[in-house]
Design a protein around this ligand. Structure first.
Ligand SMILES: Nc1ncnc2c1ncn2[C@@H]1O[C@H](COP(=O)(O)OP(=O)(O)OP(=O)(O)O)[C@@H](O)[C@H]1O
Ligand SMILES: CCCC(=O)O
Length: 359
């Protein structure tokens, strides 16, 4: 059987993950963590392009991974216009929308752009898979409360779908037959109700929904936000950053690392404990809300993302929500293999790549 070598690139809000796969086998992987100081020196996500690309190239170079004939590059992307899930060939329309941030700023916008540039250097195709704008919301979930604003589907689609599918495979049932609540706990936290293989509602952390996290404010009292908008000491940039990038743990505790927050608590820091407890409380409260989206018919609650490595976090969430459904934990994410699998299906000609055509 022909062996395909695939480079997968995943820029997250607090990290850059790089893997190389040979067909299904992961032959290399590395996670580079970025402090909030590293990230906050850039005004816009697109300004991190050189910084992240250089890091990726250095890691590939140090590990002799560029000499050995890659067949494709695949990146996690990005805040495009709403679309269906699948593998997309990176072309002009994707690059244009990622560069201008057509639906906003997100670290994963860099995934498609860096994948394309590396692909170009090596004359190989580049793809994105299940970007953060995969949209399967039911009409009722789109209603916000005022006609001027429609709720959007923006979430960790790649990982939520990948862990949900892995779980379904593990228990020998089709993903399309299950009702799941998936909680991705990374730099951002998103919670989705997966009904028979479709994510019919989800918290959109980029627009101030859901729980507070490492770097996101989560839901805020709108009246107070309106007041802040009209106070001279705040500008648009500051307020946006308070919601995404400099909200949550960073705003209260000046760290985007939940590991560090746990260390502070160990040392007796009462403020760290209060903010951490609030995060657990808010995550659990949203799980409760999302169980009603599935009318209480929840097969399993899946906890995933970097924070799911912590037994303490899992136990505290379990204590509040295990009356709803059994809990399954997938620490970290399955994003790298999901990216590689998406590209592999194209290279093996099992699928043809989708073309992004928003106009
Ligand atoms: N063992 C652990 N215990 C507690 N928290 C952890 C642990 N490992 C990682 N984390 C926390 O998980 C968060 C990062 O998770 P992850 O790597 O999934 O995020 P990311 O990929 O940077 O961003 P995102 O998933 O939102 O795109 C950080 O706050 C980190 O401190
Ligand atoms: C993936 C979109 C949500 C977030 O990054 O917080």
């Amino acid at each position: 059987m022909k062996k395909f070598k695939i480079l997968a690139i995943n820029p997250g809000s607090t990290s850059t993950k790089i893997s190389v796969f040979e067909n299904d086998d992961e032959i290399f992987t590395e996670t580079i963590r970025h402090s909030s100081d590293d990230i906050q020196q850039f005004k816009r996500i697109i300004n991190q392009f050189e910084f992240r690309k250089k890091i990726i190239e250095k890691v590939l170079d140090e590990n002799n991974l560029l000499n050995e004939g890659l067949h494709a590059v695949v990146g996690r992307g990005g805040l495009l216009r709403p679309l269906s899930g699948g593998t997309y060939l990176i072309e002009d329309a994707i690059l244009r929308d990622l560069r201008v941030g057509v639906s906003g700023e997100h670290a994963s916008n860099l995934g498609g752009i860096i994948a394309y540039e590396i692909g170009k250097d090596f004359h190989i195709p580049s793809y994105i898979v299940d970007p953060v704008v995969v949209d399967e919301l039911e009409p009722v979930a789109r209603i916000s409360g005022i006609p001027e604003i429609e709720r959007k589907s923006i979430f960790h689609a790649l990982n939520q779908k990948a862990v949900a599918r892995s779980y379904a495979k593990e228990i020998g049932k089709p993903y399309e037959s299950l009702n799941l609540i998936v909680v991705h706990m990374g730099g951002g936290i998103t919670i989705g109700s997966h009904k028979n293989g479709r994510v019919i509602d989800v918290t959109n952390a980029l627009d101030g929904e859901g729980p507070l996290s490492s770097e996101r404010s989560g839901a805020l009292p709108v009246g107070d936000i309106i007041k802040m908008c009209f106070e001279k000491k705040y500008n648009e940039d500051f307020l946006k950053k308070r919601m995404v990038g400099k909200g949550g743990a960073v705003a209260y505790l000046r760290t985007n690392s939940i590991i560090e927050v746990l260390n502070l608590i160990e040392k007796g820091d009462k403020k760290a404990k209060l903010i951490f407890d609030a995060m657990i409380y808010q995550i659990s409260k949203e799980i409760g809300a999302f169980s009603t989206v599935l009318k209480g018919n929840v097969d399993t609650i899946i906890l995933t993302g970097g924070m799911a490595y912590s037994e303490k976090i899992i136990d505290l969430i379990k204590e509040r929500v295990d009356f709803i459904a059994p809990i399954k934990v997938y620490p970290g994410e399955h994003e790298m293999s999901a990216l590689a699998q998406g590209a592999l299906r194209i290279l093996k000609k099992e699928e043809i790549p989708l073309i992004y055509n928003p106009d």
